[in-house]
Design a protein around this ligand. Sequence first.
Ligand SMILES: COc1ccc(-c2nc3ccccc3n2[C@H](C(=O)Nc2c(C)cccc2C)C2CCCCC2)c(OC)c1
Length: 233
Amino acid sequence: KEKVEITKEQRTLMKVIVDAYSTHQIPQDVAKKLLQEQYSADENFLLLTEMATSQVQVLVEFTKNIPGFLSLDREDQIALLKGSAVEAMFLRSAQVFSRKMPSGQTEVLEERIRKSGISEEFIIPMFNFYKSIVSLHMVQEEQALLTTITILTPDRPYVKDQQAVERIQETMLELLRKLCVLQRPQEPQYFARLLGRLTELRTLSHYHAEMLTSWRTNDHKFTPLLCEIWDVQ
Ligand SMILES: COc1ccc(-c2nc3ccccc3n2[C@H](C(=O)Nc2c(C)cccc2C)C2CCCCC2)c(OC)c1
């Protein structure tokens, strides 16, 4: 039986990542807003673009706290941010969706999202992904590390020094592996299941541009930052 132990430096690394992840949360809670009232498809589109824009800014701040990220080549840092922003947004949305809410609230939220203005064809894959995240019952450490691992994907477009990214990602993968073993000794496959969600996440993220352009609104207006990050306009 493997004796798994978190080293002192891994504990420090964990604390840095989790603190950064919880600090750099989006200020206004979109779930609360959505539960308060039903918005029109136009209002929802505006809300989505506002949320996504602030999410990118939050992501930039978060990456500054990932040990080693700032010592990567500057252009590679940008390539990693551009390449992971959509996935990080869906991961964050899934985590918001999987939050414990008073009974019945999750169903209301789900209904509001289904009726938000997104076109029908994307609702199934999106909720399949959200429900697969809900079923993992991830703790905060796992959520923070999974986002970090997503950001540190070496094979994003235009990354020059993939080895350097791989080295940092491997550190995070090893830490997450240990956490999973310690957290769920009775579920040896749990770590593999977590990583499997990243594949689902990448597939879902392929649809993001179409999700936006097919949104039931007359005016698909994007912020300059979103034009940079999303393949729209
Ligand atoms: C590209 O297409 C998308 C992306 C995300 C969602 C989405 N899934 C959610 C799950 C739970 C709570 C809210 C959720 N959102 C949107 C949201 O803001 N996501 C969000 C963002 C964007 C940043 C940070 C954090 C979050 C949560 C609401 C935007 C306003 C209309 C309703 C969806 C979506 O829903 C149709 C379609």
